[in-house]
Design a binder for this molecule. Sequence first.
Ligand code: KIV
Ligand code: ZN
Length: 516
Amino acid sequence: MRIKIFDTTLRDGEQSPGASMSVEEKVEMAQALEDLGVDLIEAGFPVSSPVQMEGVKRVASVIRKATVVALARCVEKDIDAAHEALKNAKNKMIHVFIATSPIHRNYKLRMNKEEILERIRKYVSYAKKYSELVEFSAEDASRTEPPFLMEVVKVAIEAGATTINIPDTVGYAIPDEFGHLIKTLKEGVPGIEKVDLSVHCHNDLGLALANSIAAIKNGATQVEVTLNGIGERAGNCALEELVMTLKVRKDLLDFETGVNTHLIYPTSRLLVHITGLIPSRNKPIIGENVFLHESGIHQDGVLKMRETYEIMKPSDIGRSSETLVMGRHSGKHALKKKLESYGVHLDEEHFQKVMDRFLELADKKKEVYDDDLLSIVSDVLREPLRGYELRYYHVHTGRSILPTATVKLAFQGEEKEAAETGNGPVDAIFRAIDRITGMKTKLEEYVIQAVGSGKNAQGEVKLTLKIDDSLHSGRGVSTDIIEASAIAYINAVNKHLILTEKLLQKDRDTAGGADR
Ligand code: KIV
Ligand code: ZN
C-alpha cells in the first residue's frame, strides 16, 4: 500500500524556535524536498506575514511535481490569502484547520460544538471554491471526544474536504489508543473511504513515529512529517525515521512511499545548514553517531559481519564518509552536479556567487568538502543584506592580556564602530556588536565545530541568541573562528530584525479584529 508523505518542514518545522527561513532558503529547501520524493509540501501560513505569503508564492511557482499546500484557519481572510499564495501552483491544496477538543473549544476559541461544526461547514466549502484539493485538520483531535470527532470529520467530508487530518497536536497519544482512534474513524464515518486519512503527530512524549505507524496500520493513508523532526516544541514525526522504518521493517509493515532514501542524508544536511539547527549526535538515522561503533565487541562484530550491529547501511540514506568535493581546478559543471546531488538547483546569479565563494575557499584551503559547499550555499541564500553586515574586526588577545575587540558594522549604508573588552576574544567581539546594535541579548547556545577535517578545516559556529524573549539561531563559517563567531552572531541579530519587521506587519494586518 502506498502512503502519501506530506512534508511540513517549511511550515510546522519552520515554527521551531530559531528555524525561520528566508524566502530564498525556502525555495531551495522545497526543491530539495521535491527531489527527495515527498508527495505534498506545506510551504507556509500565508496570512501570518508578508514574508510567509511571499515564501508560499515562490515555492508554488517552482514546484511542479509535488502538491503545494498553504495553511489557513477557518477564517475568510486566511483562505483568501492561501488562495492568493497558491495562484501559480501546478498542483495545490488549501489546508484549513480548527481546534475541536474541549480544552481548545472552551478556553481558546470560546465556541460550542455546534459553532465549531458550523465553521467547518462554512470554511471547508469556502476553500473548496478555490481549490479542488482541501485538507481539513481537527486541531488537538487526539484529545477530542471520539463521538464529536466523528461528527467533525463527517461534516468536513460533506463540505468537500478531500483529506482529513487527525493531529496529535500536543504529542499526548499512546500508539494503541491512537491506532484505535484511526480505526474508529475509518470504520464509523460515512464517506471516509473516498478521502485520504492523514495523521500529524508531535513528539512531546517521543511517540510521534510510533503513533504514525499505529495510524497507518489502522487505515491512515497519509503521514505528515518534517525532515530531522523539527517543529513546534519537541517537533514532529521525522520523515527519515518514518521512511526508514517502513523500509527496514518491510517484513511487518507492507507500505511504500515515494521517497528516494538515498537522498535523505544530503537533504537533511541541507536543512541543517539552512536553519542552523543541529540534530543531536544520537538522532536516529541522521545523527553523527548512528553508524559509529565504540565498544570493541561491537567493532569486532561489525568487522566480521556488518549486520551484527547495523540494521541499515549508511549508503541506504546517501551517507558516505566525508566526501571530497573538488579543488581549485574543478569546473562549473562539476560544481553544478555536486550541488544537484544535494537537491540544490540555483538560478544563474546564485550559482555564480557560490562558484566565486568556492574558488575563494579553494584558494585558502587545499580540500573543499561537501559540508563546506553547503555552508557556502546557505550563506549565499541568506536574506540579502537586510540588517547588519560585518565590515571589519580586529581582536587583541593572549595570555595575561585583557581580550579586546574592535568591530565595524554597516547598517543601511551607515558604518558604525565600537570596541569592547571581554572574558575572551569571542566574548569581546559579541560585546562590541551589542554596543553597536544597542540590543539586549543573551547567548543561549554556542557550538563550534570543524567543517571537513584536517588542520585547514573551516570553523563553523552555530549559536542561539535570546533577544526580547524570542530565540534566533545564527550560523557563520570561516577559516578564522573569531570571524565565524561574529558572522553567526550578526546573522542571529538580523533574523531578529526580520522577525520584528514581520511582527509589526502582522500587528498592522490583524489590527481591527480578533478572529478566533
Ligand atoms: O499540530 C497541529 O495540530 C498542526 C495543525 C495546524 C495541523 O500543526
Ligand atoms: Zn503541528
